[in-house]
Design a protein around this ligand. Structure first.
Ligand SMILES: [Zn+2]
Ligand SMILES: [Zn+2]
Length: 354
C-alpha cells in the first residue's frame, strides 16, 4: 500500500514484487476500508471510507457499513434519511395546512363587484380548472396569458382581493424556507376560488354576462391591448440584461407600444423577430458590448423597420404564429366580433363594435 500511494511504481510490478494476483485496474478496492471516528446517527456504527485510486483525488465519501448512510449526500438514499425526509415533509405539510386554513377568509368576495376586465380574467382562469370544484393548480396558470409578467399581475390582483386563496393542501415544494410558510412560489401552490354564490367553476363561465362585458368597450380594448403588448414584449425580454435600468425598460416599453399601435400583432412580432436576429448576427462574436448598448441597438433596429429604413419583405418571411393563452382564446371567442381577425387587426374601439 505504501508503494502504491507514495511511489510511482507500476502497479503490475508491485503485484509481482509482493506475489499477489488480481485486477490491476482495481487495486485500490483491494485495500482495506479506512475506519473513521464519525459515527452513523441511525445505528452508531463507525463510518468507513474506501481508499481512492492513486491517480484520482479523494472522491470516496464516508459511508455507514451497516445501513449505507452517507452524511455528505444531501439526498442520501439510506432508509434512515428517507424516513427523516418523509417526516420533515409531513411536518411542513401540517404547518402549511394549519396556517392556510387559519388565514382562509370567512367572507367571500363578490363577483358583481369585480371590474369588467377582472371578470374576463376570471372566465379565462376557470377554463384552467379541469375538475369539478373551485381549485386551480398554480402551474396551470402559466398559460393564462401570453406572458408571465401579465399572468403575475392578474394572479397577484386576485390574491390581494381574496378572490384567490392559497389551498391549504398545496405541495410543500412550493413554499420557501425563508419566512416559512408565508412565502411561496406563485405558480407552485394551488388556489381556491373564494367567490360568493359559486360552487362549481363551470357556473362561473356559463353565468358570465358576456353581453354586459362586451358593452364595456373601454375595458375590452384594454384587455386586447395588454394581450398584444405582452405577447410582443416577450420578444424583448431576452435583451433585458442585468445592466438595464428602469429608464431603459420604459424606453423599450414605449417602442413596443408604438409598434403595436402601427402593426397588427402578427406583423409586430415578425418585426421583433427580425430585429432580434439582427442583434444576434451583429453581436454574436462580440461580448464586450454592454447590456445597454445591446438593448439600444435592438430598439433601433425595430424603429428602422417601422420607418421603412429597413424594408420588411412580408411575402418572404414566415409570420409569427399566435401565442398560446387561455385569455387570448376567451377574448377571441367571447368578445371580439367574429369578422375581426385577432392576428391581423390593430386593437381599436371601432373594431370592438357597438
Ligand atoms: Zn448506519
Ligand atoms: Zn442516510
Amino acid at each position: 500500500m505504501d508503494d502504491y500511494y507514495n511511489t510511482y511504481k507500476k502497479v503490475g510490478d508491485m503485484f509481482k514484487e509482493y506475489g499477489v494476483t488480481g485486477d490491476i485496474r482495481r487495486i485500490a478496492s483491494e485495500f482495506p476500508l479506512r475506519c473513521l471516528d464519525e459515527k452513523c446517527p441511525y445505528d452508531g456504527s463507525r463510518l468507513v471510507k474506501r481508499m481512492p485510486a492513486r491517480s484520482m483525488s479523494d472522491r470516496f465519501l464516508p459511508k455507514c457499513p451497516v445501513c449505507g448512510h452517507q452524511p455528505d449526500l444531501d439526498d442520501c438514499p439510506c432508509r434512515g434519511c428517507q424516513e427523516k425526509r418523509g417526516q420533515d415533509r409531513a411536518d411542513k405539510q401540517a404547518v402549511i395546512r394549519t396556517y392556510y386554513t387559519n388565514v382562509m377568509p370567512r367572507v367571500k368576495a363578490r363577483y358583481q363587484w369585480l371590474p369588467t376586465a377582472e371578470k374576463v380574467y376570471l372566465a379565462a382562469m376557470v377554463c384552467l380548472m379541469r375538475w369539478k370544484g373551485l381549485t386551480v393548480v398554480g402551474d396551470a396558470l402559466r398559460v393564462l396569458t401570453p406572458s408571465e409578467i401579465f399572468t403575475r399581475q392578474i394572479v397577484n390582483t386576485f390574491i390581494d382581493k381574496r378572490v384567490l386563496v392559497v389551498d391549504p393542501n398545496s405541495p410543500v415544494d412550493a413554499f420557501k424556507d425563508e419566512d416559512f410558510p408565508k412565502k411561496y412560489n406563485l405558480f407552485g401552490v394551488n388556489y381556491r376560488l373564494n367567490l360568493e354564490g359559486f360552487e362549481n367553476h363551470e357556473d362561473l363561465f356559463d353565468d358570465a354576462d358576456w353581453l354586459a362585458i362586451r358593452s364595456d368597450r373601454e375595458a375590452c380594448l384594454e384587455i386586447w391591448q395588454k394581450l398584444v403588448f405582452y405577447d410582443c414584449f416577450e420578444k424583448v425580454f431576452p435583451f433585458i440584461g442585468a445592466g438595464i435600468d428602469q429608464t431603459d425598460l420604459d424606453q423599450a416599453k414605449e417602442v413596443v407600444g408604438e409598434l403595436i399601435n402601427q402593426y397588427p400583432v402578427e406583423q409586430a412580432k415578425t418585426i421583433l423577430n427580425a430585429a432580434g436576429i439582427e442583434v444576434v448576427m451583429t453581436f454574436w462574436k462580440n461580448d464586450d458590448k454592454s447590456d445597454k448598448e445591446i438593448l439600444e441597438f435592438f430598439l433601433n433596429e425595430i424603429k428602422k423597420r417601422m420607418t421603412g429604413e429597413v424594408k420588411m419583405e412580408w411575402s418572404r418571411i414566415a409570420l409569427s404564429g399566435p401565442a398560446e393563452s387561455t385569455l387570448s382564446d376567451v377574448f377571441r371567442d367571447e368578445i371580439l366580433p367574429f369578422d375581426v381577425d385577432f392576428e391581423e387587426a390593430i386593437p381599436s374601439l371601432e373594431l370592438l363594435g357597438n
